[in-house]
Design a protein around this ligand. Sequence first.
Ligand code: OOG
Ligand code: MG
Length: 256
Amino acid sequence: MNIAHAAHYLDDAARNAKAVEQMSTSAPFSVGDAYRIQRASIERRKQRGERTIGVKLGFTSRAKMIQMGVDSLIWGWLTDAMLEEEGAPVDLGRYIHPRVEPEVCFLTKRDIDRPLTALEAHSYLEAVAPAMEIIDSRYEAFRFSLEDVIADNCSSAGVVIGAWSRDFEGIRNAGVQMRFDGRDVQVGSTGAILGDPLRSIVQASRVVAAASVVLPAGSLIMAGAATAAVALEPGLHVQCVISGLGQAEFTTTRQA
Ligand code: OOG
Ligand code: MG
């Protein structure tokens, strides 16, 4: 596997919003190489002026593992270019085949530079918010192996974050609704995320420490979707409501 070549291939697919063939079907590669490709593609983004603002976890719920047929926890990078303004129109033109999923987002207040225990996790957090991730696999038909999706920065494409709160207890087992135009399209519980979304902090600390990365204070951590993801189309009002925590919303458009 040529790491730089693969990173270029996936980065171009993202920039041009044009799907490409899965890589692992023609040339299998390791999970280690997949993370090397991911890292190299993030370096390309940084060279264009993007800034990393945190990390996201994937496949932290059964619903997501079943939907995508992958059952290992994965992680990827979030950059400032992925932030979509909450409450505002999102232009789907820069996406290939976007899907939205309901998530919980954490904001850290201390550097994370080692594996944390569940008891410590709390003291590393500044705030929590209802959020949505817009995922957009760069692979045709949204189909991939574990290695493919890691190399593709775990389908990361867009993030919408609602109002911040400090109610870390209230999010442990809260009802989750994803709504399109006021209709529920997915319902679930934050408890579906690793049994407790606060565990995503423990998991995130483990994966970054294993990669010898320090996650600076002020980083975002997306805990992973509580339900399966739903395909987006233009002209929708999209809302994620988390009981007791609040909501995040956006509308979709497609500019010609
Ligand atoms: C991979 C990303 C998974 C999550 O929240 O589980 C993910 C994908 O489903 O394309 O973001
Ligand atoms: Mg996600």
